[in-house]
Design a protein around this ligand. Structure first.
Ligand SMILES: C[S@@+](CC[C@H](N)C(=O)[O-])C[C@H]1O[C@@H](n2cnc3c(N)ncnc32)[C@H](O)[C@@H]1O
Length: 385
């Protein structure tokens, strides 16, 4: 009853607030009023950021594709040098540099000399972010008509062709559920996404390693571990920890040579599908890094139960990924991942609270969130069996 009354009040308040905010007379008043002006400006500016976000994204993509970021990482350059390197006319490069300066990718060092801006400098050495900028081109193609994307239903997109384990409509429902088909799947079907994940993994791994003490464990199993980039980062800090990697057979095949090249042949490789197979026993800590958000609730429920069954009493399960409703990074969850995973054809962004509930349901005795340095990119939940 009290809840119903609170709902009623909330609805009346929101309706009244929005009536005022929609009134052009109030909008003019807010801009003229010294007390309200700053708030009104902030709202107007942030709305423009949303409206023009796509153009800013394209300016960033163009700055990377034109070689500006890589060239300036090597040292300052003139407009003419950058234009020549990109095969662009001088006036076109001037226009692009102006846009890149506005988004802090480049900065003028005077006398027609350009250097990286603060954002550009951080980006230049981040191979994962550069790979993501390239990868996002297919997502933007899918988003060219977002209503059409939503009408077509989940997974009817270029992204679904990229993430070959997602149960996209075109490949039958669900492609990855048939373990036998994966035994025969060539590496070509999984190599592009495995390479993208390996390139972007250091951004994630460092945060997990800084936030969690792996030194109290004997053996770590990374489920959906791709080409082993996460395990390689953990091994560099914890060389005595035994390790297992579980992923689809074709992915594990690709991991073998990569791990051997890094002197990590001792990592035990297990090919299988967590949709169909039990998880191998023997690890006292299991990690799921950027795995759960890719899958629907029924798959995640079953996966968490399998992780529970594979762990000894007192063993830990780590879930590391970006999550919905992250304070200060709200758009990452429901705006970005919501649409990304729709296009990809499976999964959804979940809040940390949703994972805590799913973990309790799967039988874990306790679970809590552990703070990471950059929650926008990685939040971490640790559960105990
Ligand atoms: C988004 S990638 C994350 C890779 C890695 N954990 C990382 O963060 O870089 C998801 C991984 O889950 C694997 N995967 C998807 N479905 C799977 C399944 N049914 N069984 C085992 N692995 C699966 C994929 O092959 C891929 O390596």
């Amino acid at each position: 009853m009290a809840e119903e009354r609170a709902k009623g009040w909330k609805l009346r308040w929101l309706t009244a607030r929005n009536r005022v905010l929609m009134d052009p007379g109030f909008q003019r008043f807010a801009m003229r009023n010294p007390l309200l002006r700053r708030t009104a400006q902030r709202h107007a500016n942030s709305m423009f950021q949303v409206i023009s976000g796509f153009v800013q994204t394209k300016a960033l993509t163009a700055a990377v594709d034109a070689g500006i970021v890589r060239r300036l990482a090597a040292g300052a350059a003139t407009t003419a040098e950058l234009a020549q390197g990109a095969g662009l006319a001088l006036d076109a490069m001037q226009r692009l540099l102006g846009a890149a300066r506005a988004i802090d990718v480049v900065e003028s060092a005077g006398d027609d000399l350009w250097v990286l801006g603060q954002r550009g400098a951080a980006l230049a050495s981040n191979e994962g972010a550069l790979a993501m900028i390239e990868h996002h081109k297919i997502f933007y193609d899918d988003l060219a008509d977002p209503i059409d994307l939503l009408k077509r239903g989940r997974g009817k997109s270029k992204l679904a062709d990229f993430w070959t384990y997602a149960p996209a409509a075109g490949r039958g429902e669900p492609a990855a559920a048939d373990a036998a088909s994966w035994q025969g799947a060539g590496e070509g079907a999984v190599a592009p996404y495995s390479a993208l994940m390996a390139a972007s993994q250091p951004m994630v791994a460092q945060q997990v390693i800084d936030a969690y003490r792996f030194d109290r464990h004997q053996c770590l199993m990374d489920v959906g571990g791709g080409h082993g980039a996460f395990l390689a980062e953990v091994a560099a800090r914890h060389p005595r920890l035994a390790m297992k990697l579980f992923d689809l057979p074709a992915v594990v095949e690709g991991a073998r040579a990569k791990l051997a090249a890094q002197g990590l042949s001792h990592i035990a490789l297990h090919g299988g599908s967590f949709r169909d197979d039990p998880l191998p026993q023997g690890a006292d800590v299991i990690s799921l890094v950027r795995i759960c958000h890719d899958h629907d609730d029924d798959v995640v429920r079953a996966l968490l139960r399998k992780a529970h069954a594979a762990l000894p009493s007192g063993g830990r399960l780590l879930i590391a990924e970006p999550m919905a409703q992250t304070p200060g990074a709200e758009t990452m969850g429901d705006a970005y991942f919501g649409l990304y995973l729709w296009a990809m054809g499976s999964g959804r962004p979940r809040t940390a609270q949703a994972y805590l509930s799913l973990l309790a349901e799967a039988g874990f005795t306790s679970a809590r969130e552990v703070r990471t340095a950059l929650p926008m990119a990685t939040r971490l939940i640790v559960a105990e069996r």
